[in-house]
Design a protein around this ligand. Structure first.
Ligand SMILES: [Zn+2]
Length: 345
């Protein structure tokens, strides 16, 4: 593989790790803020419970002092009743006493109800206080965790930045600027191409582009997402046995018009072969066999300027040892735009 490309792949990995670390560093304080918000809720619950208890106590004191007032009035009425002259005056005082006793009863009732609610309020306070305690402990833990993770991330980030700078300085500047332009727009500026597709956006590549990639010539980018593409020879080698019976036909143009070869690339039992036939006469020109390799890798440079032919509708099951049959030759010439003027034969 092209050395610059290898460096760009490394840069891409580093760049992605850098942005992951930056994201992590940015989200850590948010986590602390979330727990702090929870802590504030617990704090205000404690305050509310304390306030309600205080309120309830103040009410109780007010009712108790009311009772005292009414009791003093009753003693006064009783005293007066000893010195009244008429029955009417006595009756009036008794009515006043009755009225006061009714008020005392009401106050006592309210104090009782208040005492019941006080125990509920105390339970609430206790619950809120223990929640607050737990959350205070949690935020301390989380803050310590965030601090240590942030420190680690920042250390790693500094290392990666250094590494990135040193790799950058060794890459061809045109390639580097192209890479950086894509890297600002895409997460992952480099993608592996396989199965004739861009591994990142899955869009099919033009056959010529894919073949260029396989031959390792120049810098290819995906027409759809713009990422820089590479092909991994190991993947191709590993993949070859899977498609052990794959056959494809290509037209390989010659230097002059109406010249060239039709080529049959085939994989078979861990080896591969290419047979070429003259594009005008259909006669076998050459046969090459290579072992322990697939044709896409072994003959990658032959694909570069070739045209993928499609004889699917013809009977292609026989081996064409010496000569392409007339119907096949005619179809290929049609697809490759080879005109067969008699003089050329
Ligand atoms: Zn793509």
């Amino acid at each position: 593989m092209n050395q610059d490309l290898e460096k760009l792949i490394e840069l891409d990995k580093i760049g992605q790790e850098i942005s992951r670390l930056k994201d992590e560093i940015a989200t850590l304080p948010k986590k602390v803020a979330e727990i702090e918000a929870k802590l504030n809720t617990a704090k205000s619950q404690v305050e509310a419970a304390k306030g309600a208890i205080k309120n309830q106590e103040a009410n109780k004191r007010k009712f108790e002092s009311d009772i005292q007032d009414w009791q003093q009035k009753i003693s006064k009425f009783r005293e007066q009743s000893l010195s009244v002259k008429t029955n009417e005056q006595y009756k009036a005082l008794m009515t006043e006493i009755e009225f006061a006793e009714k008020h005392i009863g009401e106050c006592e009732e309210k104090i009782l109800v208040g005492m019941e609610s006080a125990s509920a309020l105390n339970a609430e306070l206790q619950k809120a206080e223990s929640e607050l305690k737990a959350e205070t402990a949690e935020i301390e833990r989380e803050k310590a965790h965030v601090k240590s993770v942030t420190a680690e991330d920042e250390k790693r980030l500094a290392e990666l930045n250094k590494q990135r700078d040193s790799i950058r300085s060794g890459v061809d500047s045109t390639m580097l600027s192209h890479f950086e332009r894509i890297a600002t727009k895409r997460k992952g500026a480099i993608a592996e191409a396989y199965d004739e597709k861009c591994g990142a956006c899955n869009v099919m590549l033009r056959p010529q582009k894919y073949n260029e990639l396989l031959s390792g010539k120049g810098l290819a980018t995906c027409d759809s997402c713009g990422r820089i593409l590479y092909a991994d020879p190991n993947r191709l080698a590993n993949k070859a046995p899977l498609k052990s019976n794959e056959k494809i036909w290509y037209f390989l143009p010659g230097a002059e018009e109406n010249s060239g070869r039709f080529a049959l690339f085939a994989n078979s039992k861990g080896s591969c072969s290419v047979r070429t036939y003259d594009a005008v006469t259909g006669r076998l020109m050459e046969k090459t066999v290579k072992k322990k390799v697939g044709f896409r890798e072994a003959f990658a440079d032959m694909f570069t300027n070739g045209l993928h032919l499609h004889p699917e509708h013809l009977d292609m099951h026989q081996d064409f040892d010496e000569q392409l049959p007339a119907d096949v030759l005619e179809e290929f010439q049609l697809q490759a735009h080879i005109s067969t003027v008699p003089a050329a034969q």
